[in-house]
Design a protein around this ligand. Structure first.
Ligand code: CA
Length: 255
């Protein structure tokens, strides 16, 4: 098809007088009108359905399995999962930055920061996302685990996220140094990571977190010294707690 290459708004348009339509052409016209009305009514709905299907494609969570797993825990876990589903459904239409903000806020606001010994009666316990929502409390790695699996479930590629063990200087220069865990996001493999932390609301670039010194980092695919590119082995073999939490999160419908 050859398209007009110039504007025709100001051109003189020739008018041809057509003969009056006969019965056959009137039927054809009615049929065309009916088709046009049907298209006009249904096209917007079809477009919305197509766009929704396309938007939901990257999602990787099993809502029914999550809800069934939460029901086995407690009404509080069910309420937590329902709230998480609302937050995830909203975040699914956002870009990476919007998803990071949404999941960071969801867990930081909903979950109380408490030590494992208080919550679980153990010095170190890695809770799955639903276990944390059931308790309504968790420590640093539990927050990181909840955010990590929720972001993966939203379709974020695993290579953009790392769980990072850090030494954190609490209380400014001269303050105490404590083991801590944060979640790092890499927009590209060599980008400066941005840090999601349950201790602060903002997601800041690593250069604005001089209080944190990375020790090692890992995700579902690898384990690294610090946050560098040098791999340090298989995290599943090194971290039995990580292996357990991976299995629990999958069983709960997060992937
Ligand atoms: Ca914990």
């Amino acid at each position: 098809m050859r398209c007009p290459v110039k504007s025709v708004h100001n051109a003189a348009i020739p008018i041809t007088v057509l003969p009056a339509p006969g019965p056959q052409s009137r039927r054809a016209a009615r049929a065309l009108e009916w088709i046009w009305r049907a298209l006009r009514a249904w096209l917007p709905r079809l477009l919305i359905a197509c766009l929704s299907a396309s938007a939901s494609q990257p999602r990787a969570w099993d809502a029914e399995r999550m809800l069934a797993a939460a029901k086995k825990l407690s009404p509080r876990a069910v309420a937590g999962v329902r709230a998480l589903h609302v937050a995830m459904a909203t975040a699914a239409d956002l870009d990476d930055d919007g998803r990071l903000q949404a999941m960071n806020q969801f867990f930081n606001r909903r979950v109380e920061a408490r030590e494992d010994i208080e919550v679980w009666g153990q010095v170190d316990y890695w809770a799955s996302p639903l276990e944390m929502l059931d308790k309504g409390a968790g420590d640093c790695e539990d927050f990181v685990i909840g955010k990590y699996f929720s972001l993966l479930a939203l379709g974020m590629p695993v290579h953009k996220l790392r769980l990072v063990y850090v030494r954190a200087q609490i209380g400014g220069p001269g303050g105490t140094v404590q083991a801590h865990m944060v979640l790092a996001y890499y927009a590209t493999p060599n980008a400066e990571p941005r840090i999601l932390d349950n201790l602060i609301t903002d997601i800041r670039p690593a250069s604005r977190r001089p209080d944190l010194s990375p020790v090692f980092s890992f995700n579902s695919e690898g384990l690294w010294q610090g946050v560098g590119a040098q791999t340090a082995g298989d995290p599943v073999a090194r971290l039995s707690r990580w292996r357990e939490v991976l299995a629990k999160a999958r069983a709960e419908g997060f992937q």
